[in-house]
Design a protein around this ligand. Structure first.
Ligand code: GDP
Ligand code: MN
Length: 401
């Protein structure tokens, strides 16, 4: 899960990372009020979207008067910002962050990532930041510093000092830089982050070290134990299908194929995708409905899969241990009643209450191809796809009954 810059700054500040003073605004009026509250004579108005490279896309504006703040805020709010991280459709700005502007002497790059090969948290830093790490890696890779953190003991002060000296920070600024680096590390560790990026970590002309930008990504699997992080989720920033899926407790990943999959269990979902490929088809998605899925959740899964216009066949594969086949069958029937199912459905049910589940499907009047096992289900799905049975859009699969 990603969060906004202003949220990341607040979290980081709690761990001792120095940040400029600022406030959130949802209207131009509020932005002006924030500037007044912050005081001073220069401010930065920053678009809050889940993307970097906002500066180059016009999403970061330095203002010299409260009137300028108001104008800049008016221009940014509601605007669709296209950065090279958002894709061509961009992201609409709904929130702004207004900060006191500082005069920058140096911009440093500081990032913490989970290095999967090292199986460690790795600190990456470069003396000339402000541009993306990919650019630094391409243009001056020899300037990049790395420090691997030993998990048993955590980051040691000498490691932060080594980084600060390596970055060429002046001796009067070293302590501040060390505080920022250690704070970023503690926030990363204590909040179950997978990425913290401060770019730039600025040194101002008056010799103050400040995080001018901040980005944090969190481990979704740890959110349950970090309520103060998970409440920062901004659904407006996410793919509506992903957001919808997580609301219903479904794990969903969209793919390119035409066979929609509804499966319980991540391993079985993977095996189902493999079998579809083996039978000559392409899966449209990965979808794990989890254990103990209620009819409502199955219905939600159906709606989700059918919201993808590429889906021309749905394959349901349930091996019910914790789950119950009759619940899944009820879910399918419920889904068919609430949304039109314009494509053929192939279902393979096995396990708990399988006979009852099959009976529900049989007696539902729905055109559902019952498959014997997984290989058969994959074959049937590919057959249905190739022969276009039920393929014309909006033709309901309800039977004559
Ligand atoms: P990004 O483009 O999404 O990474 O947004 P940043 O927050 O990093 O801002 C982009 C650039 O704007 C920074 O690299 C700075 O050069 C500049 N910037 C941000 N805040 C200030 C500020 O307070 N004063 C000045 N002069 N420049 C700033
Ligand atoms: Mn930045």
């Amino acid at each position: 899960m990603d969060i906004h810059e202003y949220q990341a700054k607040e979290l980081l500040a709690n761990f001792g990372v120095p940040v400029p003073r600022g406030g959130v605004a949802y209207t131009a009026e509020q932005a002006m009020f924030r500037a007044e509250e912050i005081g001073g004579s220069r401010w930065v108005v920053k678009a809050q979207i889940h993307s970097g490279a906002r500066g180059r896309a016009g999403g970061v504006k330095v203002c010299e008067s409260e009137h300028e703040v108001r104008v800049a805020a008016g221009e940014l709010l509601g605007k669709r910002l296209v950065t090279h991280q958002t894709g061509p459709s961009g992201k609409v700005v709904h929130r702004l962050y207004v900060e006191e502007a500082v005069t920058i002497a140096r911009e440093i790059y500081l990032g913490l990532v989970l290095d999967r090969r090292e199986e460690r948290v790795c600190v990456v830093a470069a003396p000339e930041g402000g541009v993306e790490i990919e650019e630094i890696a391409r243009d001056r890779p020899d300037t990049i510093l790395r420090e691997v953190i030993e998990p048993a003991v955590g980051m040691q002060p000498f490691q932060a000092r080594e980084l600060a000296f390596g970055l060429g920070v002046r001796s009067s600024e070293v302590n501040q830089a060390v505080k920022a680096i250690i704070g970023a590390y503690k926030a990363f560790r204590d909040l179950d982050a997978t990425m913290v990026e401060i770019n730039p970590l600025a040194v101002t002309v008056t010799g103050t070290v400040l995080a001018l930008d901040a980005k944090m990504t969190f481990d979704d699997n740890a959110l349950f134990r970090r309520p103060n992080v998970s409440e920062l989720r901004d659904y407006a920033e996410e793919d509506p299908r992903d957001a919808d899926a997580s609301k219903h407790g479904l794990s969903y990943i969209a793919l390119d194929g035409a066979i929609g999959c509804i499966v319980n269990g991540a391993g079985l979902a993977m095996a189902t995708m493999d079998m579809i490929k083996h039978a000559g088809g392409e899966p449209a998605n990965f979808l794990d409905i989890g254990g103990g899925a209620s009819p409502e959740r199955v219905a939600a899964a159906f709606q989700l899969v059918l919201s993808d216009p590429r889906v021309r066949v749905v394959l349901v594969n349930i091996f019910a241990g914790i789950n119950r086949c009759d619940w899944v069958a009820q879910g399918i029937v419920q889904a068919a009643g609430s949304v039109s199912v314009p494509v053929p459905v192939v279902a393979r049910l096995a396990g708990t209450n399988v006979d009852e589940g099959r009976r529900i499907l049989r007696e539902s009047g729905l055109h559902i191809v019952a498959a014997g096992d997984l290989a058969d289900a994959a074959r049937q799905a590919v057959f249905a796809l190739e022969h276009g049975r039920g393929a014309p859009p909006n033709r309901a699969t309800r039977g004559a009954a």
